[in-house]
Design a protein around this ligand. Structure first.
Ligand code: SAH
Length: 247
């Protein structure tokens, strides 16, 4: 290795630029190069030092700026130039972010790499809209699932159904395009009155909560990504507890 090159895989948090860790912000401010995702809060890029190289490596559904392989090699190349690199992920790098693949690739080539966690979107959405995933009497077991697998194929319905049955609460990421199907499955599996919610653009000025029985939401909801689908106890807590729970 030429110089002190290394890569920090950093979680930027879900949208609100204040929801990055102190450590993540310190590293971002000191990095020579920043490779960032589509869902990284724009304000945070302004924290990079003057002259830092900023590289977009976003992956919009079906429109990838770079393949994962290209991203891995880019990170390796920058580190081999002796640069301190921050690879900035939306939310948490190891929550459906493939940060672990990037880190494994770099470590296997002798490049120092460290992961700095971030607040995942569903943790921020739960806080913002009071949808408690771990809640006494309401949500003792919760599951966080991806609705979409590599290559854009859907997580099989059987997996979602099993998760619904086994969990008090289920949150599904990367599911905006099949929201009606997943909410319909919840209505079939848990009954049409099963409490459900959709959170779009959590922790941003555009944040939007839609509540309703799964059967109704299945018919009406057309979420704009990025969005999360909640089913079960976390939503029931809100309905039972807050005076405005239903609005
Ligand atoms: N690493 C990210 C997840 C990446 S997968 C994390 O920790 O949250 C991308 C998915 O995350 C989106 O399809 C959406 O389901 C979810 N997501 C990311 N940011 C979001 C936000 N601000 N509001 C709602 N959902 C979000």
């Amino acid at each position: 290795l030429a110089g002190p090159g290394r890569v920090y895989i950093v979680g930027a948090g879900p949208g609100d630029p204040e929801l990055i860790t102190v450590k993540g912000l310190r590293l971002l401010r000191s990095a020579d190069a920043v490779v960032y995702d589509r869902l990284v809060p724009g304000e945070l890029l302004g924290e990079a030092k003057r002259g830092a190289r900023l590289v977009y490596a976003g992956k919009a559904p079906g429109r990838h700026a770079m393949s994962q392989d290209e991203i891995n090699r880019l990170l390796e190349g920058l580190a081999r130039e002796g640069l301190v690199v921050v690879r900035l992920h939306g939310g948490d790098p190891l929550t459906f972010g493939r940060g672990e693949e990037e880190c494994a690739y770099l470590l296997s080539r002798g490049i120092p790499c460290e992961v700095v966690p971030g607040i995942p979107s569903y943790v921020a959405a739960s806080a913002e809209h009071l949808l408690p995933l771990g809640s006494r009497g309401y949500s003792r077991v919760y599951t966080v699932a991806t609705g979409t697998l590599a290559g854009g194929t859907p997580l099989p319905r059987e997996r979602l159904e099993a998760a619904m049955r086994a969990s008090d609460s289920l949150v599904v990421l990367m599911a905006a395009s099949r929201a009606a199907e997943i909410l319909g499955l919840a209505a079939e599996t848990l009954g049409p009155q099963a409490p459900a919610a959709i959170v779009e653009s959590a922790s941003t000025p555009k944040s939007k909560l839609t509540l309703g029985p799964a059967g109704e939401l299945a018919a009406t909801a057309k979420p704009r990504p990025p969005a999360l689908i909640y089913i079960g106890g976390a939503v029931r807590w809100r309905l039972d507890t807050l005076p405005t729970g239903r609005s």
